[in-house]
Design a protein around this ligand. Structure first.
Ligand code: GTP
Ligand code: GTP
Ligand code: MG
Ligand code: MG
Lengths: 279, 292
């Protein structure tokens, strides 16, 4: 489009198509096109197309001040992070990466294997605990997930740990009993420390389409989500759905997963993300 | 504001006496919106609605007693046809034994779980599968398949430290020795843009010539589903698709996108985490789900 010179109705349609293909949703794409079409049709250069769209996208994303959040003094000891999300979205891997990240800040980290259901879930997290150089609390296969969370928080307090990161089993938000189980994990920790979990991170697979919005809504309703982790952004999926999520819910994207190694977790940066949508 | 709800579209259509250019284009726009909201890829949805439009303008509809009804039927039938047609066929393993089945796809799509479910299904019909843990990358991947194999009472082949290619070759040799008639290879999740990892799959394929290669895709996939599917089809040329996690509320438009982009059939639908939740894929049920 950009080297055709003039923007006409044909180009407007192609730009809207490109927006839709980022998974931002039909309505969001239409809304953005509505606010840019007059400017575009009046006659703009190709660089301007790109910068106008990037600004529209940026204005619709919540900024996450990573330095403030990660760099700040943690208020509670331990600071508890619960990681939740649908099956295969990247929770266990993200827990490992987060543990390493907090460790790099000189914090004493403990992780908890509260996925007591899926085959080899605890074994998988244990390997991550070694990679991150942190301790792990796990139980037996089939144990009550809430009891693992409970024991892990007590252990974290007793050991004077700075950060406790709790991995949970994958679950579809449509499964009521599994969402109840998740609420229980959170409630049980709240009984020990009313402010816990201090962070509830929802992992969203960038490959997911409109269902990611439903996931954010339902997990948000069930346990309250404080931040999103957009995983697998190293693939070709764009993750544009976060625009719709930011539009309807007050949940910022905090991190992005960009690979399968321990260092492949970065703080979310609005400008970089906006430009990535168009490449 | 055109409704994206097919129920509303069909209600309006059924009441139509006369077909006009206006109501056909309104309908087509509504259908396109419905498909996009259901995660059907933009280009696929566009092509689909253009084909519906030209069929709707056709003779059969204009002369029909209830043209609106006819258009609804065209939309539904076209969807079913694109996803494989009304008759459901399970891929048969009828080549030389042991039958080699290879399972591939993006990270986290549900391959390992599918391997166990598929093996269990084969065992129910008297087959003796050998599961192969060829994912040497993911932490505890071998352990995961090992636990699943125990759960269903199936044999597992694994070998720490060997390459996926060597593991697969050795597994086939063992299957011949032990009279296992099916070898199912679980591979690591990988990006279609990772040339080294795609090369690894091509190597296994060239060396073992699997009878059946299945591409496992997440049923919640959005616009990008066509990219991975097309690239895997181009580089690996799989035979069929397994769509997973359909027990949730994702509309499943990826089903149409993948079929349209690769011309490969979706053969199985995974409807849950437990072993007994594997079904044959039904295009008609999927069509209804996509249309909402
Ligand atoms: N390419 C890529 N792969 C990722 C990323 N994050 C996770 N993965 C991979 O995705 C797959 C699933 O990751 P897990 O961490 O097991 O996901 P999970 O949400 O814990 O899965 P369940 O516990 O089974 O629900 C693994 O193969 C990971 O290596 C990422 O950012 N990029
Ligand atoms: N709800 C639901 N969960 C599923 C289904 N199929 C697989 N899962 C779950 O999805 C998650 C990922 O499944 P895996 O079998 O580990 O996926 P994979 O493709 O082998 O993952 P990688 O090897 O890391 O690429 C696990 O939590 C499974 O239990 C399904 O049909 N429905
Ligand atoms: Mg996990
Ligand atoms: Mg696997």
């Amino acid at each position: 489009i950009t080297d055709r010179g003039k923007i006409g109705e044909q180009e407007i349609e192609e730009i809207e198509a490109a927006l839709i293909q980022t998974d931002m949703g039909v309505d969001m794409a239409a809304e953005i096109m509505e606010s840019v079409r007059e400017r575009m049709l009046k006659g703009i250069s190709s660089d301007e197309v790109y910068s106008i769209l990037a600004k529209e996208v940026q204005s619709r994303l919540k900024v996450f001040e990573w330095d403030d959040e990660i760099g700040k003094e943690l208020h509670s000891k331990p600071h508890v992070i619960l990681v939740v999300g649908v099956n295969g979205s990247g929770k266990t891997t993200t827990v490992g990466k987060l543990a390493a990240m907090h460790s790099r800040f000189g914090r004493n980290v403990l992780i908890a294997a509260a996925d007591t259901y899926r085959a080899a879930a605890a074994e998988q997290l244990e390997i991550w605990s070694k990679r991150a150089g942190v301790d792990i609390i796990k139980s037996v296969h089939g144990a009550e997930p809430a009891s693992v969370g409970h024991d892990a928080l007590l252990a974290a307090k007793a050991r004077g740990v700075d950060v406790l990161i709790v991995d949970s089993a994958g679950r579809l938000h449509t499964k009521t009993n599994l969402m109840e189980e998740l609420k229980k994990i959170s409630r049980v920790m709240e009984k020990i420390d009313p402010a816990a979990p201090h962070e509830i991170l929802l992992t969203l697979d960038s490959n997911n389409g409109q269902n990611a919005l439903l996931q954010a809504k339902e997990f948000g309703k069930a346990v309250g989500v404080t931040g999103l982790v957009l995983t697998k952004l190293d693939g070709t999926a764009k993750g544009g759905i976060v625009l719709s999520i930011n539009n309807e819910l007050d949940i910022p994207v905090k991190y992005i997963g960009i690979g399968e190694e321990v260092e492949d977790l970065e703080p979310f940066e609005v400008e970089a993300f906006a430009s990535s949508l168009f490449y | 504001q055109l409704s994206g709800r097919f129920a509303e579209i069909t209600k309006n259509l059924r009441g139509l006496g006369k077909i006009t250019d206006k109501n056909i284009s309104d309908t087509v726009r509504s259908v396109r919106r419905t498909l996009l909201e259901a995660d059907v890829n933009y280009k696929v949805a566009k092509k689909f609605t253009e084909s519906i439009k030209s069929k709707a303008m056709g003779d059969k509809v204009l002369r029909s007693v209830s043209p609106g009804q006819q258009i609804v039927k065209i939309i539904y039938d076209e969807l079913v046809e694109l996803m494989g047609g009304a008759s459901v066929k399970e891929p048969e393993l009828k080549g030389k034994k042991p039958h080699i089945v290879m399972v591939v796809g993006l990270q986290g799509s549900g391959k390992t779980t599918f391997v166990a479910k598929y093996a269990n299904r084969l065992m129910k019909s008297g087959r003796k599968p050998l599961l192969v843990a060829a994912d040497v990358y993911r932490p505890a991947a071998v352990e995961q398949l090992s636990q699943l194999a125990k759960q269903i009472g199936a044999e597992l082949f694994s070998n720490k430290g060997d390459s996926p290619l060597k593991i697969s070759k050795d597994a086939v040799k063992q299957a011949v020795r032990d009279n296992r008639d099916v070898v199912i290879i679980d591979t690591a999740g990988r990006l279609q843009i990772d040339s080294a990892m795609m090369g690894e799959l091509r190597q296994i394929k060239e060396s073992l010539k699997p009878e059946l290669i299945l591409f496992v895709a997440d049923g919640m996939s959005g616009q990008d589903a066509v990219n991975a599917a097309s690239e895997f089809a181009a580089q690996i040329d799989f035979d069929g698709v397994v769509l997973t996690k359909l027990d949730g509320d994702a509309r499943g438009g990826a089903a149409l996108s993948i079929c349209a982009a690769t011309n490969k059939p979706i053969v199985y639908a995974s409807m849950g985490e437990s072993i007994d939740t594997l079904e044959l894929f039904h295009p008609d049920r999927m069509a209804g789900r996509i249309l909402g």
